[in-house]
Structure formats: C-alpha cells, structure tokens
Design a protein around this ligand. Structure first.
Ligand SMILES: Cc1cc2nc3c(=O)[nH]c(=O)nc-3n(C[C@H](O)[C@H](O)[C@H](O)COP(=O)(O)O)c2cc1C
Length: 199
C-alpha cells in the first residue's frame, strides 16, 4: 500500500460518513469486521513514523559489520528501536514490512566495483519504489581505495522524501575515531526524531 498512500487517503475521506457493515472486494476475502481493515489502512497511510531506525547492511570482510554493530548499540543507548537487516540473509518481505513505520533508514555497504554492494542496490531500490514514511537516511560503509558509493545510492533514492544525514565512509576497518562519529550519528538521529515529534 505504501506507494498508494495519497489515493487511499482520498478514498478513506470519501467513505468516512458511511456506515459500513461489510467489505466485499472484487477479489480476495470478504471482511465482516470493517473496523479492523479501515483502522489498518488509516494507520498505513498516515505520515506518522515511529522512533525506529532500520539498518540495511552487507559486509564482505567485517569492516562495515563492525560499524553496524557499533551503531546498533549506540542507537539503542539513545532509546531508538533498531532493526538491523543483513541483506545476504534477509527475506526482503521482512525488510519491506519494517519500512512501513520506521523514521530512519541507514544504508551500510562496502564499496564493490566502485559502487554499493549489489544486495544493497536491490534493497535501496525496493525502498525507493515502496516510498515509505521515512524522514531521514544516512549512508555508512567501508572502502579500499575509492569509489562512488554515496553518489550511486543518492541517485537511486530520488522518490524518498528524506533528509540525508551525515555519511560515514571509512577506509578499511573502522578506527576508534570513526566509532565516535557513529555515536554522533546516533545522537543526530535522536535529535532529528525529537525535532520531528517522532519520539
Ligand atoms: C569484489 C570486490 C570489489 C571491490 N571494489 C572496490 C572498489 O571499487 N573501490 C574500493 O574502494 N574498494 C573496493 N573493494 C574493497 C572493499 O570495499 C574494502 O575491502 C572494504 O573495507 C570491505 O568492507 P567490508 O569488510 O565491510 O566487506 C572491493 C572488494 C572486493 C572484495
């Protein structure tokens, strides 16, 4: 439903004064309890995001993974619900469900052949076509010598109405100073959620 929020919202407005007894779609099951369905639709189409951050990540040799693990801890210490998804194992359906309500998406990838890892490209494309309620996004990851990972990711997410937060790209394995940068990113995410009345 995510990409169709506006027409659904308009249709909910049209039927708001009707006393609906039954929802009988042209295909699929008949619902004798319309309240449950209408309530779910109202929730799905609202702009209200939750104090949640999704981290969609891949790591080939552990450097990005170290950054992700640190950021997960740091976000949790700041009271933010974190849902990490290892994209080499994740069912993308589960990722799509998590995207419904989250306020922030952190994309974490090593640089592979100049850009993000292909599984990250796939997940980011999915987020872009689903157009969830996301308000903020950040890119973190590791590289060996250089590339265009940030560029390529920002070119994919043009549908997302997100504010891009500080990106953190590290050569090789993250040193202590980069872990502190991740702490600052977690604090920035909390600040943004507070300013947006998300928590
Ligand atoms: C197949 C492959 C392709 C890579 N391509 C690039 C590249 O184009 N640019 C770059 O800076 N590093 C490249 N690297 C190096 C990785 O980005 C680097 O080792 C990084 O630290 C790996 O992060 P990870 O430990 O999270 O997997 C490549 C590594 C592999 C295995």
């Amino acid at each position: 439903m995510m990409p169709f929020r506006t027409p659904i919202r308009n249709n909910l407005e049209k039927i708001k004064d009707l006393d609906i007894k039954l929802i009988a779609p042209s295909r699929g099951p008949v619902y004798p309890k319309p309240g449950l369905i209408l309530g779910a639709y109202r929730d799905w189409v609202s702009d209200k995001a939750k104090n949640e951050a999704i981290i969609a990540f891949v790591s080939m040799h552990g450097s990005t993974r170290r950054m992700v693990d640190h950021l997960v801890d740091s976000l949790r210490k700041n009271g933010i619900t974190v849902k990490p998804f290892n994209l080499t194992q994740t069912d993308v359906g589960a990722l799509a469900v998590a995207l419904v309500d989250a306020a922030t998406l952190v994309i974490a990838s090593p640089t592979v052949l100049v850009g993000p890892h292909p599984n990250v490209v796939y997940a980011v494309h999915l987020a872009n076509v689903l157009r969830p309620k996301l308000k903020f996004a950040a890119v973190i990851g590791s590289y060996g010598w250089g590339g265009k990972m940030m560029d390529q990711i920002t070119k994919i997410i043009t549908n997302l109405k997100v504010e891009l937060l500080q990106s953190i790209l590290v050569k090789g394995h993250p040193k202590e100073e980069y872990l502190r940068s991740l702490d600052r990113l977690a604090e920035q995410i909390l600040k943004k959620h507070k300013e947006g009345n998300i928590c």
